[in-house]
Design a protein around this ligand. Structure first.
Ligand SMILES: Nc1nc2c(ncn2[C@@H]2O[C@H](COP(=O)(O)OP(=O)(O)OP(=O)(O)O)[C@@H](O)[C@H]2O)c(=O)[nH]1
Length: 600
């Protein structure tokens, strides 16, 4: 058994792009866990898309041995947490597995929204925080300013903040020493009944579901019978070990340790992040606190462009779900788009990643409808329906009220942009709550804003209206009643169900007009005239017309220039890829996304 006094469990937390993954890689290299020649940039971000986009999607845990200046060898368990707001719950569970956190702040950017949010979470989890000012190799680095932002804005003493560069390796040794001295060793009852926290899980095609765990009390070894308390699943432990970073089997995981557990289960939904593992015999009755179900927040319809790809799409969703309990889906039928699926995601990034994987890894051509949120529609009798798709909206006459999800949003900006944020966020139905100066250069604004407004390009607008300075973080803030209506789009006089969306009543007219104008530019000319209308119920709010096409593309080709003709046809075919025939009108993917783009 490892002496708990020689264990240090910590997370690295940061605002997106402040350099967490690069720093983690450098720690692996410096401690000799991974030899320099084997170092693949950002080793911890293992998914292709993670590496390409430079973001961390899943939590990762790595065990590192560090021989400190005091001559003792410590077991470091380092947990790299997802930096994106979609994965806040995973971050909170990773933190619960630790005693400390390294708070990475980019020396050129300073404190940003997720720096604050993550630091708050670490404080709430009672973690010892080591501030680290990163990227000091950059000429624009301003450690003094960042130090005072950390002190004034976060109330974290930063005199002893580690100055480091994940890129050059400067300061990384100081960090490792600070971890030994400042982060407390885990405490827990080595002989008590087993209690372990699951902070991540994944599906290994050869070994079934693997859980990443932190042993809080007791110990765990191969052959033990354990129970997952929230799901009631019992398993025989097939293997335990640590990731260094390759999975390395060990005789046991004892009190305070972080490691993995091979369950042999086939369904990742039985091994939930936040759940507590205990022994089947002589187990505890009280789980560890803080368990919560992952809940999808954003929904979209995914339809194969080619109807033959319906089954392959279903199989692909099943495959991805094996590893992603937060991904939920059910079949959806659209008059306009045929058979597809209504898919629920944790947030917009999660959605983007899944869409990209479906297309890239499974070779599917998909058409996605505009994302929507879950509305609660109360019928006159009091019955509540959870609405995931505008198509399911009952007739206005049957509805007593509709409630929509709200967020509490935290926006950090330099003071000059307060006005711009006020204007934009008010236009998006935001309600201003309060504003604080975190430092002379950073203002924190708190807003309540409907999630449906946020998923309509709000973040892009916020960034562009503040020259890229704004950072945003949010939490779910419950459901509130709103005056919402379903806006229908009609092509050639017929409503296109997949283009309809739900919107606040006061905005319906402007949006209807704007959207018909936009669609006129997006829908290619056909052989005939196509009227585009926006309507609520049967009442038309706006109308535009796509004029009929005058000439055939091939008419331009003179004589029998076959290769040119073929080229043109191929070009047309490629252009058609992301189009769907609705009635007799060809509608491109962009038309569905136009719903999300708002001109403020
Ligand atoms: N100059 C310099 N660049 C750095 C340093 N650390 C990271 N970067 C760069 O900053 C960018 C973001 O680094 P990442 O390590 O991916 O950041 P991250 O915080 O892990 O990002 P997420 O996983 O998306 O939260 C990359 O382009 C890195 O090359 C540093 O110390 N100096």
């Amino acid at each position: 058994m490892t002496d708990p006094n020689l264990i240090r469990n910590f997370s690295i937390i940061a605002h997106i792009d402040h350099g967490k993954s690069t720093l983690s890689d450098r720690i692996l290299e410096l401690t000799g866990t991974v030899a320099h020649r084997d170092m693949q940039a950002q080793l911890l971000d293992s998914m292709d898309i993670e590496r390409e986009r430079g973001i961390t999607i899943k939590s990762q845990a790595v065990r590192v041995d560090y021989t400190a200046d005091d001559g003792q060898t410590y077991q470091f368990n380092l947990i790299d947490t997802p930096g994106h707001v979609d994965f806040t719950y995973e971050v909170s569970r990773s933190l619960a597995a630790c005693e400390g956190a390294v708070l990475v702040v980019d020396a050129t950017q300073g404190v940003e929204a997720q720096t604050v949010a993550n630091a708050m979470m670490a404080m709430n989890a009672n973690l010892e925080i080591i501030p680290l000012i990163n990227k000091i190799d950059l000429p624009a680095a301003d450690p003094d300013r960042v130090r005072s932002e950390i002190e004034e804005g976060l109330a974290i003493p930063a005199d002893d903040a580690v100055l480091a560069s994940g890129k050059t390796g400067a300061g990384v040794h100081d960090l490792l020493e600070a971890v030994v001295y400042n982060i407390p060793a885990p405490t827990g009852d080595p002989d008590g009944p087993l209690r372990a926290l699951i902070f991540d899980s994944y599906f290994d095609p050869y070994r079934g579901v693997v859980a990443l765990i932190r042993v809080v009390d007791g110990s765990l070894k191969k052959g033990d019978r354990v129970l997952m308390m929230a799901t009631g699943t019992e398993v025989l432990v097939e293997e335990v070990g640590a990731r260094r970073p390759a999975e390395t089997a060990m005789p046991q995981l004892s009190v305070g340790e972080v490691g993995y557990l091979v369950t042999g289960l086939k369904d990742v939904r039985q091994v939930k992040v936040g759940d507590t593992i205990t022994a089947t015999a002589r187990g505890v009755s009280e789980p560890l606190p803080g368990y919560r179900e992952a809940k999808p927040m954003v929904f979209t319809g995914l339809f194969p462009i080619d109807g033959d790809q319906y089954e392959p799409l279903k199989e692909a969703l099943e495959k991805l779900s094996l590893n992603d309990p937060a991904l939920v889906w059910e079949p959806e039928k659209s008059h306009a788009l045929g058979f597809g699926f209504r898919v629920g995601f944790l947030g917009l990034l999660h959605m983007e990643v899944i869409k990209e994987r479906l297309e890239r890894e499974f070779g599917l051509d998909l058409l996605a409808t505009a994302p929507s949120v879950e509305y609660h529609v109360y019928r006159a009798g009091g019955e509540m329906i959870s609405l995931h798709s505008p198509q399911e909206m009952p007739d206005p006459g049957e509805i007593e009220r509709i409630e929509e999800p709200y967020l509490k949003a935290k926006i950090l900006i330099p003071p000059d942009y307060v006005g711009a944020v006020m204007e934009l966020t008010t236009a998006r139905r935001g309600t201003f709550v309060t504003m604080n100066y975190l430092s002379p250069t950073t203002v924190e604004m708190i807003w309540e804003i409907p999630l449906s407004e946020l998923i309509m390009d709000y973040f892009d607008k916020l960034k562009s209206n503040t020259k890229g300075y704004a950072s945003l973080d949010y939490d779910f803030d419950g459901y509130k009643p709103s005056k919402l209506v379903k806006l229908d789009i009609l092509l050639s006089g017929k409503p296109v169900d997949a283009l309809s969306f739900i919107i606040h009543k006061d905005k319906a007219y402007d949006r209807g007009r704007m959207l018909t104008e936009k669609l006129r530019g997006i829908i290619p000319r056909q052989m005939f005239e196509v009227p585009i209308q926006a309507a609520i119920g049967g009442r038309v709010l706006a109308r535009e017309t796509v004029k009929a096409k005058r000439k055939d593309v091939l008419a331009k080709c003179y004589g029998g220039d076959i290769s040119r003709k073929r080229k043109l046809l191929e070009k047309q075919k490629a252009g058609k890829k992301r189009m769907k025939n609705i009635g007799s009108v060809e509608v491109p993917q962009e038309a569905f996304m136009a719903i999300l783009k708002v001109d403020d």
